[in-house]
Design a protein around this ligand. Structure first.
Ligand SMILES: [Zn+2]
Ligand SMILES: [Zn+2]
Length: 407
């Protein structure tokens, strides 16, 4: 079976997250999105773990029926947490059971001041020590959003080995993050054998954040062991698709000033400070250029395709030239979900040509699927912006319309 999974989110117990990041809301929104397996996030946090414990568990997966859904299927949660290490590097852990989560909590507690208050604890241990503990607990661990300039492995280290020491051989995945995709990571030789995860890192449960990036795995059923095999790529279990935002849309794609968002070339970015006095943050694109072993990506045979897509509501809003939180967008969104069942079905799997919704929306979704959208790169903390091709549909678009009308 194929399973859509978003393996990195945060609960209401992390900093700057929505109070709606609770289990029933996550269950409901993940099913609407078309995600069968969603991360709990924050599973070392005692209160969040208590809430997770109330769910029915089967083989490391926690089941919850969405309160507002007439679907027979349950939402499935898998235990995950993100940890910030002593070097400010973020790691993503996927954990087999409640007892192993508790074991990791006990191990980390003496090294963390905020493990009881912050869903994403700050831990005074390095990458090697955290990986050691994670592997001993039977968990999977890898760098979260590996290329971003503030809190990522490649922000502070030049290699897996530098970050994880002799535990590097036990790292089976990296998380690409919103500002990178497979074509970036496959320019770095040491990543060749690793699986790439594309996860949302959502801080709110709404369908424009949750699973804005996700993975599709070939698995026999939904369990921790099956997911582990899929990430390690054993016995036919494997990732078959990565889906996520165009990397240029990420807010740290190009090097830019974090105050005025002026963009800089890699050579200029060594100046570190902008003419406005703000700090220049090196973008993911430039960091990958520094780390790259190859000028062009060298894709290993096991690497699945990467589809670039943005949330459906945002595509509809752009296609119709109206705000994403308008009734017009909601109406088209409802019509499409009503017909095809989930956002993933509409964006990835279904043939929506005869859906009957506005031709401009159909044209825009197809333009994404075919990789025909242009993106003005983000940088310095400001998201990039997507421009739809000018001629999504000749019939409905007046001739004087320009690209700007879709912005
Ligand atoms: Zn993080
Ligand atoms: Zn500036």
């Amino acid at each position: 079976m194929q399973v859509n999974a978003d393996l990195h989110i945060h609960s209401k117990y992390s900093m700057a997250t929505s109070p709606k990041m609770d289990l029933p809301t996550l269950a409901s929104k993940s099913l609407k999105k078309g995600i069968q397996l969603v991360a709990t996030g924050d599973c070392l946090h005692p209160k969040w773990l208590c809430e997770i414990k109330t769910l029915k568990e089967e083989n490391g997966v926690f089941k919850l029926k969405a309160p507002d859904s007439d679907l027979k299927t349950d939402a499935n949660f898998i235990l995950t947490t993100e940890i910030e290490d002593i070097n400010q590097v973020h790691h993503l852990l996927i954990i087999p059971s409640i007892s192993k989560a508790e074991e990791l909590y006990e191990f980390i507690k003496p090294h963390s001041k905020d493990i009881d208050s912050n869903g994403r604890p700050n831990v005074r241990l390095d990458g090697k020590e955290i990986a050691d503990a994670a592997i001993s607990a039977g968990a999977l661990i890898g760098p979260a959003h590996a290329f971003t300039p503030w809190t990522a492995m490649y922000a502070y280290h030049n290699s897996l080995k530098e970050c994880y020491g002799d535990m590097a051989k036990n790292i089976y995945f990296i998380e690409l993050g919103l500002s990178a995709d497979t074509s970036y990571a496959d320019r770095i030789a040491e990543l060749k054998c690793l699986t790439y995860l594309s996860n949302s890192d959502a801080h709110s449960p709404y369908v424009n954040k949750l699973a804005r990036e996700f993975n599709r795995f070939e698995m026999e059923d939904i369990s921790f062991d099956e997911l582990k095999m899929a990430i390690i790529r054993e016995k036919g279990r494997k990732p078959v698709l990565n889906v996520g935002m165009p990397p240029e849309e990420g807010k740290y794609n190009e090097s830019a000033c974090i105050r005025c968002f002026r963009h800089y070339t890699i050579r200029e970015s060594v100046m570190k400070s902008c003419s406005c006095g703000g700090t220049i943050k090196k973008g993911v694109k430039d960091r990958v250029n520094e780390l790259a072993s190859f000028d062009e990506p060298q894709y290993p045979d096991h690497r699945p395709p990467y589809i670039h897509i943005i949330p459906l509501s945002e595509i509809i809003a752009k296609a119709l030239g109206i705000g994403p939180n308008t009734k017009g967008v909601q109406g088209v969104w409802n019509a499409l979900i009503g017909q095809y069942g989930s956002e993933v079905a509409v964006l990835i799997d279904a043939d929506i040509k005869n859906s009957g919704v506005d031709e401009r929306v159909i044209g825009a979704i197809i333009a994404f699927k075919e990789g025909k959208v242009k993106v003005k790169p983000g940088g310095g903390g400001q998201y990039g912006s997507v421009e739809l091709p000018g001629k999504t549909n000749k019939k409905k678009i007046e001739p004087q319309r320009s690209l700007g009308d879709f912005g």
